[in-house]
Every structure is written in C-alpha cells, then in structure tokens.
Design a protein. Structure first.
Length: 423
C-alpha cells in the first residue's frame, strides 16, 4: 500500500495522470511543522514558495501534518485493461503498445510491465514461472467506452493471461497489495526518465531484463502524457514535464545473501540505460545510497537551486534530512551555520543557534546542545569543523554559570553526524 504523503511530496505518478496530472498537481495547501517547532501553512496565498517546494520536491523542509488535495469525480466502475503476453514476444508487443498509447486519448494511462507469474493457486498452474509483459492500462471514464478504446491492446497476439475487467477504482488501487506483503521482501527500486522509446531502446531494455536475477522482480515502462505533461516546468518542484517515458527497475528478492546480485543488477542496468535517458529520475524510485546529488539529478539543476533557497528560509539548520535524499546547502552561509552549530570553546558562550533562539540569550549549560541534545547532520563541503570528544571537565564561571571544557579535540570532515558526548 502506498501512503499519500510520500507519494505526493515526490510527485505522485498514478493511474489517472493523463486526466488529472500528478498527485502534487492536486495539492492545494499543507500544514507544516518546521525544524524550530513552528506550525505554518503553505497555500496559494501564504508561504507560496513552500507550497511550490512541496509539490514534488521530496519534502525535506519540515513535517507535513495535513494535506489538502483537490478531488475529482471518477466513474464507477472503471475499466482496467491488463493482458499478459509471454515475455519472449515483448520485442513485438511493446512497439505496438507504444504506437497505440501515442494516439490514445488523455483518459488512457498505463505502463508495460515485466514480471513473472508466481507459483500460486490464484493463477493457472501451467503459467507458473512464466515471464510475461503485462500492458496494465486504465480508462478514466465510462467503463464500456474504455473497454472499446483499449480493446486493441488485448489483441496484440495470444495473451498467456488476461487480468482485464471492470472494477471500482478503490479495488484497482489495491490490486498489487497482495504481491507485496509487509515485511516479507527485500527491495531496491531505481528509475530513469527516457527521452524516447525507439526500437533500439526497447531492445536494450529487454536485453537487460532477461538477466534479472530474481523472478520476484518487476520492471515497468511508464507512458506519460495528457494533463501531466501540460503543467509548466516551473509551476511545481517536480520540474520539467517534457518526459515521454519512465523506466523503473524494481528488484525484489527474499534472501539477504542475494542482496549484492540484485542491487548490482539494478545499478548496472540503470547505468546502461543512461544514453537513452534525460538524466533525471523519479524521487519515489530513487535507489539507496546514491550520493548527495540524487535530488539534483532527479529534479534538474535549476529546480534544485530554487529548492536550496527555500530550504535556507524554512530549515536552515537541515533538521529535516534523509540520508542521500537531502537538499544540500553548500555555500558560505551553510558553512557559517555549521560552525555556529558547535560550541565556541574559547569562551563560556555556546554558539548553538537553536539554543540562542530558544532562550533569546547566550546559552550556558552543562548539557551543551551542540554535543548532547541533538544529532547534527552538518554538510559543509570541503570545510572542516572541530568536534569535541573525550573527557569533559566542569567548572564555574566567574559569573556563576556552569561551563564545560574538553580535554581532547579532534577535527573531522563536516558532514558526519555523531554525538561525541553523552552526559
């Protein structure tokens, strides 16, 4: 099950994108708790820049505690088209799917998905273990009309199985739930936007999918168009919408000993597809441990620069951060913040900006917030800051305030996140 919060903050590519755009396009307002404890509202009339950033920028500005989303009337039932063709026919099926989708109305949204039929009683036994390419497509409108419009997708050969049918939209939203039981699988998902889907690109995708090490893995070619692409590139933090397709590589396996094989397969296949990519990726399928440039690569340099400016306003201390998915502040102001976050040991005054903000006066305490109250994630590229560790001596200042001195200093590269002193 996908939560609406993370889905929306990183874009939100759904079944109805052709008619209603991305989830983030339908975000009207949000209530956000900032790193310094303020509750603020982002809408089209207040904190407009923050609302813009929340529309696909990946969060990272505060904790969103309330979403207001635009609603749309949806037909009940909807038509779901999902013929599953043998994967060995993918080289013929995918070009026909591509050509059909190119001329399909906005009401048609979908993807071509590689998978393997599981050994499960829910499927005919003769199909167990067969690799397939499923053309999973939805029509946003009267189901009877949708069935007619999408019928050609069910006649591109002889399907091994056909999961097509009319169903309530809520049921459609849950059809994948049983395939991903909570806590069972190990996953590594990564994506890239494709600049086109020529026959050479299709061949390259198939060649890499043949080598997938796990039969639990999915990989999908997502078709973009309609309302999703009509949004201006600077209207949301999702960035430029001139992306016709996305390839997602969704490795799934169960045995920890297979971690390296599956992760390496995704990364290698992803790298091999970069000559056919726009250079960007989808933040909801980002990989893991990809480095500090992940958000920049996902959204583009211009959008990322704008997000950095907004980050400095609402979260200058980088309270809200996620390993590998943070908006990194690397200019002089961030380096100054990094230094100010640590105690100035030449005197009795602690330079923690949070402490000063909270009390309104220079902060003095035997529980120094720069060492024990917070776990800092300071990023100041190519800069060094002094962290204090080791034994701590306590003394009284002349004015009667408690102070602490350290008998040992060590210099570490900025960017580490550690608590050196625990009282």
């Amino acid at each position: 099950m996908t939560g609406v919060a993370g889905l929306t903050l990183s874009g939100g590519i759904g079944w109805l994108r052709g008619t209603h755009g991305l989830s983030c396009d339908n975000l009207i307002a949000a209530d956000v708790v900032t790193g310094d404890g303020r509750l603020i509202r982002a809408s089209e009339v207040e904190n407009i820049d923050l609302l813009w950033a929340l529309k696909g920028g990946g969060g990272n500005f505060g904790i969103v505690v309330n979403f207001e989303l635009r609603l749309h009337e949806i037909a009940d039932p909807v038509m779901f088209c999902a013929p599953a063709y043998p994967e060995e026919h993918a080289v013929d099926v995918i070009p026909q799917w591509r050509d059909h989708m190119a001329s399909a109305p906005d009401e048609v949204s979908g993807l071509a998905e590689f998978s393997t039929i599981p050994s499960d009683q829910a499927y005919p036994e003769q199909t167990w273990g067969r690799r397939v390419i499923t053309l999973a497509t939805v029509y946003d409108g009267p189901a009877e009309k949708g069935e007619r419009v999408m019928q050609p997708l069910r006649a591109l050969g002889e399907p091994l199985l056909d999961f097509s049918g009319q169903m309530p939209y809520r049921e459609l939203q849950s059809i994948y739930d049983g395939l991903f039981p909570k806590g069972r699988d190990r996953c590594y998902w990564k994506s890239t936007y494709l600049s086109g889907l020529g026959d050479d690109v299709i061949g390259a995708i198939i060649e890499r999918l043949i080598k997938r090490p796990s039969e639990m893995t999915y990989a999908s070619i997502w078709k973009f168009g309609g309302a999703m692409q009509r949004v201006a590139s600077d209207a949301t933090a999702f960035g430029d919408r001139n992306i016709p397709y996305m390839l997602s590589l969704d490795a799934i396996w169960s045995d920890p000993s297979d971690d390296d094989a599956n992760i390496s397969w995704v990364r290698n296949a992803w790298q091999d597809m970069q000559p056919h990519s726009t250079g960007r990726l989808y933040l909801n399928f980002p990989g893991l441990g990809e480095g500090d440039n992940l958000v920049r690569n996902a959204l583009g340099a211009e959008t990322y620069s704008r997000l950095q400016k907004i980050k400095r306003v609402y979260d200058p201390e980088n309270t809200e951060h996620c390993a590998g998915r943070s908006i990194v502040l690397t200019n002089e102001r961030s380096r100054q913040s990094a230094r100010a976050a640590l105690c100035r040991w030449g005197g009795s005054t602690c330079g923690s900006k949070r402490a000063s903000r909270r009390s309104g006066t220079p902060f003095r305490s035997r529980r120094c917030p720069a060492l024990s109250c917070y776990q800092w994630n300071i990023r100041a590229d190519a800069d060094e800051v002094n962290f204090i560790r080791g034994s701590v001596e306590e003394k009284r200042d002349d004015d009667g305030h408690d102070d602490i001195r350290s008998s040992e200093r060590s210099t570490y590269q900025a960017g580490s996140a550690r608590r050196w002193y625990r009282p």
